[in-house]
Write a protein that binds this ligand. Sequence first.
Ligand code: ZN
Length: 311
Amino acid sequence: MSNLSKIKLMKRKEFLSLGSLATLGLVLGQFPLKAGSRGGFGIYQGTFLPVRGLCEIYINQGGSVGLFASKEGYIVVDSQFPQTISEVLLKISETGKPILYLANTHHHGDHTSGNNLFKDLSKGLVAHRTVPQSQKNSAEKAGTLGKQKYADILFDKEFQFDLTDQLVKGYHLGAGHTRGDVIYHFESDNVVHMGDLVFKDMIPVFRSGDGATIEGWINCLEKTSEKFDSDTKFIFGHAPTGPQSIGSNADLTEMKNFLEASENFVSKMIRDKMSTEEILQKHQFVPGFENRLTPARFKGFLEEVRITLTP
Ligand SMILES: [Zn+2]
């Protein structure tokens, strides 16, 4: 066993001895962490990456998790899955600081399935007002209703966290990736968690049934680009590697350009009365965006965009 493994095992044993965190210990015991990378559905050890100042991210399966360490305690953005978010809870428990808030960027399961491990939030769970219902609808279909924990602090357009020494805000800029997207701004570090409004270098998840529209999504990105500046660091929900999950305003513009190109591409499909299969014989990606080559998701993306653009 390597020294690193020994240290991790020791930490886990210490951690399991903490009675108040018994549930978490049970989860860690059930799902021993393995080294690995994103992708697949094994249980992997994740990666923590600094963003700036008090902000860092945790990358593993599901959407990027944001961590903000204020003097009073932590704000955590999104919760991936129980078996991965437990690694984040372990790390926070080692700092001795409480978790003040969990904040969800939207309802998708790869951002909310770990919610129910956050049992001791001192302030609450924040999300857009539409998120609990959307989460419930998805859980009903997936047969996971009993495993959900829903946000209890809901807002419509704007929310300010009540920290004494830091300004942290949530903004809902309309439906984009879902009907309930929220971005979170950590003002002192000028860092914004975008949730799934940015997928870097891949085809985004786009489901008309979740309220996704191309126009709404473009609108969210334009408003965000204007609201922040060239110094702002952005955290993206999904990217091929950990470091690519952190980017700049230019990445928002690239995402917007991709959505505009997709709208034009699918609109032409509709005008030319071409089926998705006919298009797939000629194209593997939206022309000009080979950087987003994602064969497994391309067909579904074209079909769902077509639904939203069909009069
Ligand atoms: Zn999503």
